[in-house]
Design a protein around this ligand. Structure first.
Ligand SMILES: [Fe+2]
Length: 248
């Protein structure tokens, strides 16, 4: 385990454990935490039912995420799962309409240990807003692994036949009152096999120390290119796929 990952873990674990019984006092100030709304939130239930009906009628994850009406559902884990279960292939726009920020295009590729593209892998990405917040009420959600399960900005996309995917999003902000570099969390699964859990960090981020640049660990350090007002990054995830999973 190396520096950047350690940093992320060391700062996030106290956050996610901050409400666990008997836990240590949180490193992150209480003012920087907010409790996520519950999956069975009564106020959101009609909207959630409407989103489920939209899926039954043929909407996919991209359509759900693009629908302004469903913005309030984004912090519900059940909505994350609804989006996951109808993830589009190839390309996804992650943002709710009107989300401010520097446009960022993530052009990712997933390759196995033989250098072959990994098709149909499920890529889950989540990150902070422009100002470094996972919630719209505070920088972090409180609770175990809460940012992962409740992040307002998130998306699921499947890799195409060439093992590639595109995420249209914004450049995430760094956490307030923190030295953790800006990052996008990425999980890649193939069936029940987790191929990657880590992050993408950016080579133009002033928070990246020399040590982090030299040893990004499980995080991928990507070069930020600029194209017509957008930033482009091209992470290549080199993963190990169990041989049994490659035989169909
Ligand atoms: Fe994070």
């Amino acid at each position: 385990m190396r520096t950047t990952h350690l940093l992320l873990v060391s700062l996030l674990v106290p956050v996610v454990r901050s409400q666990a019984p008997g836990s240590q006092p949180p490193v992150v100030a209480a003012a920087d935490l907010t409790a996520p709304r519950a999956d069975d939130d009564r106020e959101l239930a009609p909207l959630l039912a409407k989103a489920k009906k939209a899926v039954e009628a043929g909407a996919n994850g991209a359509a759900l995420l693009a629908d302004k009406e469903f913005t309030a559902l984004r912090e519900l884990t059940v909505f994350h799962h609804l989006v996951r279960d109808c993830a589009p292939r190839g390309e996804l726009a992650m943002l709710p309409p009107g989300e401010p920020g520097q446009p960022l295009v993530v052009r990712g590729a997933v390759k196995d240990q033989h250098g072959k593209p990994v098709a149909d892998a499920l890529v889950y990405a989540y990150h902070t807003s422009q100002k470094g917040w996972y919630s719209d009420r505070a920088p972090h959600f409180s609770g175990m692994d809460a940012n992962e399960h409740h992040s307002r900005l998130f998306g699921y996309v499947r890799t195409d036949a060439a093992g590639q995917f595109v995420l249209n999003t914004i450049r995430p902000g760094g956490y307030p009152r923190s030295t953790v570099p800006e990052h996008i969390h990425v999980h890649i699964d193939l069936g029940k096999q987790n191929l990657f859990s880590g992050g993408v960090v950016f080579d133009d981020d002033a928070r990246l120390t020399k040590e982090m640049r030299e040893q990004p660990g499980r995080d991928l350090l990507v070069k930020v290119e600029k194209e017509g007002g957008k930033q482009i990054v091209r992470p290549e995830f080199k993963v190990k796929v169990a041989e049994a999973a490659t035989k169909k």
